[in-house]
Design a protein around this ligand. Sequence first.
Ligand code: EPU
Length: 447
Amino acid sequence: MDAFVIQGGRRLRGRTRVHGSKNAALPLLTAALLTDEPLLVDDVPDLSDVRNLLRLLESLGCRCSRRAGEDDRAGRLELQVVDETADRADYEIVRTMRATFNVLGPLLARRGRAVISRPGGCNIGDRPVDLHLHGFRALGAEIHSGEGYIHAQAPASGRLQGARIFLGGPFGPTVTGTANVMSAATLAEGRTVIDSAACEPEIVDLANLLNAMGARISGAGTPSVTIDGVEALGGARHTVIPDRIEAGTLMIAAAITNGDVILENCPLEELTAFLTCLDAVGVQWELVDEAGDKADASSDSPDSRSQCVRVASQRRLSPAAITTQPHPGFPTDLQAQMMALLAVADGNSVITEKIFPDRFLHVAEMLRMGANLVRNGPAVLISGVRHLIGAPVMASDLRASAGLVLAGLGATGTTTVNRVYHIDRGYEKMERTLAELGAEIERVEGD
Ligand code: EPU
């Protein structure tokens, strides 16, 4: 298994572009199963999670090819279903990544049936799928479980039936559950209203693609989404939104190294809670134009979701109290990275995890680097230290691993982050991006 070896203490400088969003791309790609016409999707990041999903889509009769577009954009994918007979997603593939569960809604809606392995737990918590299944049952599907598989069947008419569905759970709405049920409802008979829908930007991006395919969805991005079912969907062309979590991770990389970095294609509007925390901690960020000069925040950019931002830090940072919440709150997917930053702030901070209360496997590894952290249930108390100290550490999940890389960039000495396959799931060539900004980081190939 590959590792990253990082010599800490190098200030990051320069400019880089944020990739397309992993968590937007995954449900977007499953929408190909809702039609037999082609979908052309730009800015799909080249990640192991995306490759695994494409493998599953291919086994379900979808032809997937990477194509160079007329503007030669990287990451352009063309998808088209050529055979609609398959209906099964095996454990072998579902266990690699939970987002594969999002083929269930499209299969059920278009093919009238699906058999899919029940995803297991994962390193960040139990992660049940009861809300997804509740949504499909409300749409009239029959669902049975047995031998680790879920068998789902549309009503005898072959079409799901619109319904009013509450999708709130104990920790708030479900993101992929909202995407799954919303996708299925596009082809249902009649109107579906999802109450307590997830408001994440990835849901808005999916609704925009589905509407471009002919769906009739309104309210995406609010807690109440209305879907008026249509008989068929067609092809479309779409560009994936920028990855707000990669953007936040790179901003912290600039801050923790006292660097000065410009990020292009940065979805600032989707990061308000995170930026408020950066302000509280004392990290400087500002909108800039193409040339890197300060831009007028009030002027309308052609796409205000993808802007250029400059992030810099030259001083000791202040502590902060952070609670993760559903969007537009502070994202759980930036919790571990923010912990690395607060570990070297002046004074005492606290992070409370309200989405995945056990998402703290990075704490023990950061302790090995000299961080002063005390976990108390769903909260971690952080007493800032002057420096973290490089050490060998173990990546446990995607974002925890990103937090360890950031800790290593800011630490004195050498940090080896083992098992970086977790990082390859969600950050496209992270070591190359960081090295181009001046980090001393290299991938060491393992078994
Ligand atoms: N939940 C239930 N029942 C369900 C589904 C969820 O109780 O049927 C609970 C979960 O246990 C959790 C909460 O609801 O406490 C939120 O889970 P959610 O379903 O929203 O998470 P998800 O859709 O499985 C997506 C992202 C995660 C991100 C979470 C929260 C994708 C592919 N995954 O997961 O991203 O942490 O939303 O924002 O979009 C990552 O990128 O590293 C990652 C884990």
